[in-house]
Design a binder for this molecule. Sequence first.
Ligand code: ZN
Length: 158
Amino acid sequence: MSAFRPSSPSIELIPALPGSYALLLHAAHEQLIEVGACGTLHILPGWYIYVGSALGPGGLRGRINHHLRLASRPHWHIDYLRRATELAAIWFEPSPARLEHLWAQSVAAQPGAQLPLPRFGASDCACAAHLFFFSASPTFSLGCCKVILDCCGAMVVL
Ligand SMILES: [Zn+2]
């Protein structure tokens, strides 16, 4: 379980604007979790990348603030996975366009990308899923801003 307690000023590094984002999550050990109506996800030790967008009120800042905490009542598919992993990094791009689908294609095309659960995060679009698994830490860049979280939850924008 994650214990990130980001200091309140650090969330201000994320603009409160519409945009798309990707989460890099680390799973330390094997687990089976239920992901709402999506099914059972067999979590393997390694790295997960989830892509999403936040185009409503609060924008990127509000949504990323949500992902920094652990949801007591999971709403999105990612909320279930988030409770079983550590958040290691966040990519974000302020834009009114839904870049999440382009990013899903981009991540899927990376060497070693696996599809752990069809339709995860992609109930309403043509993507196979918005979640990908890598057994080794991904080294590619999504070409947008990236926030790295240290073990205490402090944020640094790269
Ligand atoms: Zn999609």
